[in-house]
Design a protein around this ligand. Structure first.
Ligand code: GYE
Length: 308
C-alpha cells in the first residue's frame, strides 16, 4: 500500500477537488448563512468552488448545472428551487459521470441513482414542531377557536410543501384550529409583508395566529401587523421556522412567539460527503441535520450562542 501511494504523481495528488454549486438565491437570512457556510468550508478544505446564484429560478439552475457539466467539475451540488423537473438535467450529469449531491431541498425524480445523497433538514418534522407548539398554546389559552393565516414558502419547493403538510397533520387534532387563509410569500420579507397586508385587509382582527414557513416572511408580516395598528406576538400569535438572529431579536422584542430551528450550516457536511463520493466511498442517501425549537422566553439567553 505504501508503495502504491508513493507512485501517485505529485501533481495528481495535489489537485484540488472542484465543486460546482448552484444556490437558490439570496432570498432570506437563512440563505445568506447557508452560502457563507458553503463558501467558508470550501476554503477551509482547499476545495475549488464554482458558485452560481439562481435568483430563485429553476431555469437558471438548469443552465448552471449544464455549464458545470461542460466545465467537467468533479462534483455538482445544488439546492433545488423546486422539487419537480430535474430528470433531464440530472441524467445529463449522470451520462457525463459527474456525481450530484443535493443540499437543503429534495427533488422528485423517477431514478434515485440520479443523486448520491441529500444533506438537509426534515421539513415535515419542522412543520410538526410548529404545529405542536400551537396545539400546546391553544390548550394553555382556554382552548378558544383560533383563526390561522399561513404564509407559504416558494410554490413547489420542498420546504413549502413539507412544512405545510407537517403542520396540518398535527393541528387537525384540534378542530378549533382553522387555517383561514394561505398564500405564498416566496420566503422573502417583502412578499411576506405584502401578503400579510392583504390578509389583514380581508380578515382584519379575526386573525389570531400567523404561521410563516420562514422567519423572513414573519418579520415582513410583523411590519404589516404594526402598520395596521395591531400588536404582533400579542394580538396575533406568530409561529415561524429557521431560527435566524432576526427571529431571536423579534422574540426578545415580544413580537414573535416561537421559531423552529432549521440549520443552514451545511458546508462542513457537504465537503465531507463530496470527498467521499468522489473517492467512491459509500455515503448515506439521506443526511439529516439536528435541530431544536426556541420559544420566546429563552430568546435572550440563546441569542449569544446563535451562529446565523
Ligand atoms: O427555510 C428559507 C429559505 O430551503 C430550508 O429556504 C430552506 C428555506 C429556508 O429561503 O428561509
Amino acid at each position: 500500500l505504501a508503495l502504491a501511494s508513493a507512485v501517485i504523481p505529485q501533481a495528481m495528488a495535489a489537485k484540488p477537488l472542484v465543486i460546482g454549486f448552484s444556490q437558490v438565491g439570496a432570498e432570506s437570512e437563512w440563505r445568506t448563512a447557508n452560502t457563507a457556510s458553503i463558501k467558508d468550508s470550501a476554503k477551509k478544505e482547499g476545495v475549488t468552488l464554482k458558485f452560481a446564484d439562481a435568483q430563485q429560478r429553476q431555469e437558471n439552475q438548469v443552465k448552471a448545472i449544464r455549464s458545470f457539466i461542460a466545465q467537467r467539475v468533479d462534483l455538482i451540488a445544488f439546492s433545488p428551487v423546486v422539487e419537480s423537473g430535474w430528470d433531464t438535467v440530472l441524467r445529463e450529469a449522470k451520462a457525463a459521470k459527474i456525481p450530484v449531491i443535493l443540499t437543503d431541498r429534495s427533488v422528485n425524480v423517477s431514478d434515485p441513482s440520479l443523486y448520491a445523497t441529500l444533506i438537509g433538514s426534515d421539513f415535515v418534522e419542522e412543520g410538526r414542531k410548529a404545529g405542536r407548539w400551537l396545539l400546546d398554546y391553544a390548550k394553555k389559552n382556554g382552548d378558544k377557536p383560533l383563526n390561522i393565516v399561513e404564509l407559504q414558502g416558494t410554490v413547489g419547493s420542498a420546504p413549502a410543501i413539507d412544512r405545510k403538510a407537517g403542520f396540518e397533520e398535527i393541528i387537525k387534532a384540534n378542530p378549533k384550529l382553522k387555517v383561514v387563509r394561505t398564500q405564498t410569500g416566496d420566503f422573502t420579507r417583502t412578499k411576506g409583508k405584502e401578503v400579510m397586508e392583504a390578509f389583514l385587509k380581508s380578515m382584519g382582527k379575526s386573525i389570531n395566529v400567523l404561521y410563516a414557513h420562514n422567519d423572513d416572511m414573519a418579520i415582513g408580516a410583523i411590519q404589516a401587523i404594526e402598520e395596521a395598528g395591531l400588536k404582533p406576538g400579542k394580538d396575533i400569535i406568530i409561529v415561524s421556522i429557521d431560527g435566524v438572529k432576526g427571529a431571536f431579536q423579534a422574540m426578545i422584542a415580544g413580537k414573535l412567539n416561537v421559531t423552529v430551528e432549521c440549520s443552514p450550516l451545511l458546508g462542513p457536511q457537504l465537503m465531507e460527503a463530496a470527498r467521499k463520493v468522489v473517492e467512491g466511498k459509500p455515503v448515506d442517501k439521506r443526511i439529516v441535520v439536528n435541530e431544536s425549537v426556541f420559544p420566546a422566553d429563552v430568546a435572550a439567553k440563546e441569542l449569544p450562542n446563535r451562529k446565523y
